[in-house]
Each structure stands twice: as C-alpha cells, then as structure tokens.
Design a protein around this ligand. Structure first.
Ligand code: ADP
Length: 265
C-alpha cells in the first residue's frame, strides 16, 4: 500500500501543531506502473523490426546494391519485418478499440455459427500449409446471440490461429460448439465454444498470465510464428464486453483447450 502524506502547519491556541493527511494512492501508482510497462513494451516491440529494417536499408544502399541475389534476400526479410510491424499496429488498434467499448453491450443479433464458419474458412489455407486439419463438431445450425460480429470473428480467429500455430504439425484442431442451458449462472442460456489442439500444451504456472498484454510462454517461438503477444488479451476484452467467460485448460505435451461461453439472450 502506498500513501501520500501531506503535512500542513496549523497553529492551535498558540501551539505549533500540524495537520497530517494520508491519501491511499496505491491504485494510482499501480495504474502508472502498468502504463509505463505498456509503453516500454510497445516501444521495444516496434523498435526490434525497425532496427532490422534500417540495417537492411543501409546495406541495400551500400554493398548489396550491385548484387541481385543479396538484394532479393534482404527485401524478403524487410517485407517480413514490415509485416510484423503492421500486425502489431493492427493488434494495438484492436485492443484500444475493444477496451474503449468494453462497457457498451453489443445490441445486434449475431449467428455465432456463421461467425465460426468465417474464421475457420479464413484460416484453412494457413492450417493446410502447416499440415493441421480443422474440424467442427457439435451444433452447426443457427445460433443467434447478442454480439458484435467483427469482434466475435476476431475471438475465434485468434484462438484457432493459435491452435494451428502451436498445435503439432499433422494433428487436428477441433472447434466444439454446444448449447449450454446454464453455462453462465444467473445469465441464463449460453453457447459454449471450445477450441482444442493436440499441440505442445502450456505449463500450469503460465495459465493465469496468458491474457496479459505481451505475455508469452516462449518469446522466441512466438516471434518466429509471427505472434504479437496481444491475441489472447484481445480475446479476453471482447469476451468481457459480451458478458461471457473465457477459460483455458492445458496439459503439457498433450494440448490445450480454450473455452468461450457467451450468453445467448
Ligand atoms: P502470440 O501472438 O504470441 O501468439 P497470444 O496472446 O495469442 O500471443 O498468446 C500468448 C502466448 O500464449 C503465446 O505466445 C504462446 O506462448 C501461448 N499460447 C497461446 N495459444 C497457445 C496454444 N494453443 N498452445 C500453446 N501455447 C499457446
């Protein structure tokens, strides 16, 4: 706990007295530290690809100018680094948008089945390239619920993309959809969507922190896979906005299960 103490001298009946005010500023201090950490993280994440880009531009202007093979190789690396910066900026914008809207409940009706179908279709080429099959099980019919279609598409896109990225090659990713009559106590009927992979799994000590911005189990691996470290933070905020629940279960070496429960009315 952090207190700010203000001492004001007050003469009382000719005596030298002082008025001491204690103000609990713990929350302000914590918010300040979170903000400073976030800015430091963003700067670091942007500076890494930017430094690489500047280095390659310099090389292209100098020694590599007359060497077509080197030029092609460096341009490919530069495109990859620029792509990384672009993804980071897009994810930062998504995060700030969903944080700003978190208190406003979506009012439009969305068919969550169609939303899942869109996310699966968009990711199929990437999954095929990685040798991973995506299978849908359970309910496939119309499943209406109050929601924001773009944001819910992003939830399932992020979860299925992670399952493909971190799922072992040649294995299956399953998207299981079920109606849940009392999945969310007090909130009535719900729809439960589980994204399951048979990949490397996650050690239990990491689970509580996975939805923090920029938290990664393995920094190198996440970067190698093109990750920004913001995907699960975005998922958590969108699910909160929908008054739903987000839970992760995992077993090291066996795989992971990401469970989203959304109120259906
Ligand atoms: P990233 O862009 O790094 O993938 P996320 O916020 O989506 O960021 O995920 C945070 C971290 O959680 C990842 O870096 C990875 O270590 C871990 N993770 C996410 N999904 C899975 C999964 N399906 N299997 C194993 N680890 C995962």
């Amino acid at each position: 706990v952090t207190y700010r103490v203000t001492v004001t001298p007050v003469p009382v009946a000719g005596e030298r007295c002082a008025l001491c005010a204690f103000e609990d500023i713990t929350e302000q201090e914590q918010m300040g530290a979170i903000r400073r950490d976030f800015v430091a993280n963003v700067s670091h994440e942007l500076r890494t690809p930017l430094t690489a880009l500047l280095g390659f531009i310099e090389t292209l202007q100098g020694a590599a100018r007359e060497d077509p093979a080197a030029r092609a190789r460096f341009l490919a690396i530069m495109a990859r680094e620029a792509g990384r910066m672009n993804r980071l900026v897009q994810d930062l914008l998504s995060l700030s948008r969903v944080e700003a809207e978190e208190r406003v409940r979506p009012v439009t009706q969305v068919d969550v089945s169609a939303v899942i179908g869109q996310a699966v279709a968009a990711l199929r080429p990437m999954a095929e390239a990685a040798g991973v099959a995506i299978e849908r099980t359970g309910e496939t019919g119309h499943l209406p619920l109050p929601g924001d279609a773009d944001q819910l598409t992003q939830v399932f896109h992020n979860l299925i993309e992670n399952a493909v990225k971190y799922g072992a090659s040649g294995k299956l990713v399953t998207v299981e959809v079920a109606r849940d009559p009392d999945g969310l106590a007090r909130l009535g009927p719900a729809v439960r969507i589980e994204v399951v992979d048979r990949g490397e799994g996650i050690d239990a000590i990491h689970l509580p922190r996975l939805t923090e911005r920029f938290y990664r189990v393995d920094n190198h691996r996440s970067r190698e896979k093109g990750g920004t470290g913001l995907g699960l933070a975005i998922v958590k905020h969108i699910v909160n906005r929908h008054r739903g629940r987000f839970r992760i279960e995992s077993e090291l070496g066996k795989g992971s299960r990401f469970i989203v429960t959304l109120p259906a009315s």
